[in-house]
Design a protein around this ligand. Structure first.
Ligand SMILES: N[C@@H](CCC(=O)N[C@@H](CS)C(=O)NCC(=O)O)C(=O)O
Length: 204
């Protein structure tokens, strides 16, 4: 397997998942618009030019974070990265993967972090934070993880909440979320993934 990543991007979630599940994988750092080490354009692996992209064990070029994370979860031993198939918790995990992907990542953080956003787009994204963070905060106030036990949805949420400072989102206004982020950053797989990508961040 090969994971294409940008340091501290959403692909950090896939690295966390691979470490948590002790799965072997090669990591290939890419930059937007750049070529792969073998000379192909990155779009040959990921049509939108996005990370994460995963070359699976079967040779499939898989893109889209929730799909990549679910693939890794299905390779892991049962219960390590996802609740059992058909359980209520499994569907909750899928719910949160989609929530993080659409409501937070693309809905809030992407417009706040790109230099291409208009002031109006930024204001709109900012207006969405209250409701979305409140929902998340209420949910995490009663439990350690999004879907019962630690899952790929938590790895994705952590990767996204890491961007708060960069996006100008005051996570301190949300004590439950700030505490959850600190606690999750201390999880060994998360700490290792962040340690591995930290020195690459400035090269990116
Ligand atoms: N829909 C994609 C979005 C992934 C995405 O936005 N990735 C960002 C990093 S967090 C990226 O690759 N950006 C590079 C670019 O915009 O050129 C998914 O869910 O995986």
């Amino acid at each position: 397997m090969k994971l294409y990543f940008i340091p501290f991007a959403c692909s950090l979630a896939a690295r966390i998942a691979l470490i948590e599940a002790e799965l072997d994988c090669d990591f290939v750092m890419v930059m937007p618009g750049s070529k792969l080490p073998d000379g192909r354009p990155f779009a040959a692996v990921s049509p939108m030019g996005y990370v994460p992209a995963l070359e699976t064990r079967g040779g499939l070029a898989l893109s889209e974070g929730p799909a990549v994370l679910t693939y890794i979860a299905d390779l892991a031993a049962e219960g390590v990265l996802a609740p059992p198939p058909y359980s209520d918790e499994r569907y909750q995990m899928m719910r949160w993967l989609n929530f993080v992907s659409t409501e937070l990542h693309k809905g809030v953080f992407a417009p706040l972090m790109t230099t291409r956003s208009s002031d109006g787009a930024r204001a709109w994204a900012r207006s969405l934070i209250e409701q979305r963070f409140a929902l998340l905060s209420d949910h995490l106030a009663g439990q350690d993880y999004l879907a019962g036990s630690f899952s790929v949805a938590d790895a994705y949420l952590l990767a996204v909440l890491n961007w708060c400072e960069h996006a100008g989102v005051a996570i301190g206004d949300w004590p439950v979320l700030a505490a959850w982020r600190e606690k999750t950053r201390a999880r060994p797989s998360v700490a290792q993934a962040m340690r591995e990508e930290m020195p690459l961040r400035h090269a990116a």
